[in-house]
Ligand binder design. Structure first.
Ligand SMILES: [Fe+2]
Length: 192
């Protein structure tokens, strides 16, 4: 990893930590974090040359850029190949994204019924955001989103998560066609 990139990522983590410590992780703080991440992503391929990051064999791949000690935040370079889709899901932890190249559309949902019957979960689409160069996106702890990489070039971007991916909580996937939800196993216990 280039020294310049290591320094830039470490600087971002210090600034992000200062924001979170001062302002928490509510929507206003996440907007500030998004601004930071867009600034870093805007340095583009000069700082993040594609040749330094192996492409996915299929779908998507993440490369670690920086992870805080003590169960802190994780910063990643994410690559999604054209056509990669993810069904509606909730990470259980906040996240901000910014694009270096390519385009990924995010659709957002709200849970309209998550408790009336066992395993029944109904969601409703409430909006969308395009993550493309110059644009970022912020999601709070329980935002439900679905993604699709548009166009014919990979979507390459930066993602800052409240936890490192290796210590992620259970991701919940929603299947609106079946009005069901399925939770993946949390990585937090085994990574403790
Ligand atoms: Fe996601």
């Amino acid at each position: 990893m280039s020294e310049q990139r290591t320094e830039a990522c470490a600087a971002l983590m210090r600034q992000a930590r200062a924001i979170v410590d001062a302002n928490g992780t509510g929507e206003a703080a996440l907007e500030q974090l998004k601004g930071l991440l867009v600034g870093l992503a805007n340095r583009g391929e000069a700082l993040f040359p594609p040749g330094d990051f192996a492409m996915p064999d299929a779908q998507g791949r993440n490369h670690i850029l920086a992870v805080e000690d003590n169960d802190g935040m994780g910063l990643y370079l994410t690559i999604g190949l054209p056509g990669k889709e993810a069904a509606p899901h909730d990470h259980g932890i906040w996240c901000v994204n910014a694009a270096i190249s390519g385009r990924e559309v995010n659709k957002f949902y709200r849970l309209t019924d998550g408790a009336s019957r066992d395993r029944y979960s109904a969601i409703e689409e409430i909006g969308e955001a395009m993550v493309e160069p110059g644009q970022g996106m912020a999601m709070t702890d329980h935002t439900i989103h679905a993604t699709e990489v548009l166009g014919d070039v990979p979507a390459i971007g930066l993602a800052l998560y409240g936890y490192a991916l290796a210590r992620f909580p259970a991701v919940v996937w929603y299947h609106s066609e079946f009005a069901s939800a399925r939770a993946c196993v949390s990585r937090r216990a085994e990574a403790a």
